[in-house]
Write a protein that binds this ligand. Structure first.
Ligand code: ADP
Ligand code: TRP
Length: 325
């Protein structure tokens, strides 16, 4: 029987959602939820590979769930759940582990990058791509939208799916297609580098107005005097403004740069307004959702039930293929 295209992605609960995460991951996921049967989950098992703090994990999972719903994830359309609510994923990860050549994991750069950053070199971190492959294969996912940094993990997933089929027969696993968001521009952070938690240059999406707007006033600029034209190339103010403003407003911001006569302080104030207005509807929704914790629990419980229904079918098929039943 033909079924709708299944789109699956996971987001790690790793702290405050920032503008880079929003435009790089969340907004594209929300847009895709209408294109097929979306399965979106909070990758809490994965988060444990780089931080072991129970209180922070609980808090971050809840915050990310609220963020995702506030940003437009529609639980009527998308199956939304936390990864650990379907612990069966670990069984599939184990099965994949037994056919995963060591060389495949040795090649992965995310392990090397993370240990180089000082994260403890634990087995979970090393085996991370196997669990990610299990996430994907457990739902017979067809399309997996991810950022460029996850490209290699999708290659590992496809290799493992092929290996599973070669070892246990065609049809044991469905081969997923990565959807790599090459086109989403890298969002620039307050210091002009890529916006990232690890650089401490992020602009969070949710929070108090004053401190958030103050962050914008801290954007690094050059020392062009008020009356002179300001460079538009590589301008952090303009790069961020483009994300939040209408085309006409953005054009007038460019004009004011080129004409001169407007100081960086004023330009930043306009950027701060555009940013604040852009996220206003999401902020309102977030406040309403955060005030109703039972709603969030219900959404995640419903999502988990739907996810388990699907995962049970796939796992049954795989268990049979490998000889566990
Ligand atoms: P961080 O770099 O802040 O730790 P993560 O690595 O947790 O962010 O990223 C989570 C998601 O957000 C990924 O899909 C990633 O591609 C996306 N993302 C993060 N920062 C940016 C950025 N500056 N521009 C575009 N996308 C980003
Ligand atoms: N590793 C992904 C990230 O850090 C999160 C993730 C876990 C994921 N499992 C997944 C993404 C399965 C897509 C599919 O961004």
């Amino acid at each position: 029987m033909l079924r709708a295209m299944r789109i699956l992605t996971g987001l790690q609960p790793s702290g405050k959602l920032h503008v880079g995460n929003y435009f790089g991951a969340m907004e594209p996921a929300v847009r895709l939820q209408d294109q097929g049967e979306a399965f979106y989950f909070i990758a809490d098992y994965h988060a444990m590979t780089s931080s072991q703090n129970p209180a922070a994990l609980r808090e971050n999972v809840r915050e990310l769930a609220i963020d995702f719903l506030a940003c437009g994830l529609d639980p009527e359309r998308a199956v939304f759940f936390r990864q650990s609510a379907v612990p069966e994923v670990n069984e599939l990860a184990w099965i994949l582990s037994t056919i995963c050549p060591m060389g495949l994991l040795n090649k992965c750069h995310s392990y090397k990058d993370k240990t180089a950053q000082g994260i403890a070199a634990n087995h979970g971190l090393f085996a991370y791509p196997v669990l990610m492959a299990a996430d994907i294969l457990l739902y017979d996912s067809n399309q997996v939208p991810v950022g460029k940094d996850q490209k290699q993990h999708l290659e590992v997933t496809r290799d493992l799916a092929v290996k599973l089929n070669e070892t246990y027969g065609d049809g044991t696993a469905v081969l997923p297609d990565p959807i790599i968001r090459e086109d989403t521009a890298i969002v620039i952070g307050l210091d002009g580098r890529k916006m990232s938690k690890s650089y401490g240059n992020t602009l969070p999406i949710f929070g108090e107005e004053k401190p958030l707007k103050k962050l914008i006033m801290r954007i690094t600029t050059d020392s062009t005097p008020v009356e002179e034209p300001k460079p538009v190339e590589n301008s952090t103010i303009l790069a961020l403004h483009k994300l939040f403003a209408s085309e006409a407003d953005h054009q007038s911001m460019i004009d004011d740069h080129e004409r001169g006569g407007v100081g960086y302080g004023d330009l930043k104030k306009r950027l701060a307004e555009a940013y604040w207005d852009y996220f206003a509807p999401m902020r309102e929704r977030r406040a309403a959702i955060a005030a109703d914790p039972a709603y969030v629990d219900r959404v995640l419980a419903d999502g988990a039930a739907r996810a388990r229904e699907e995962s049970a079918k796939v796992l049954q098929r795989v268990r049979r293929a490998v000889g566990l039943i």
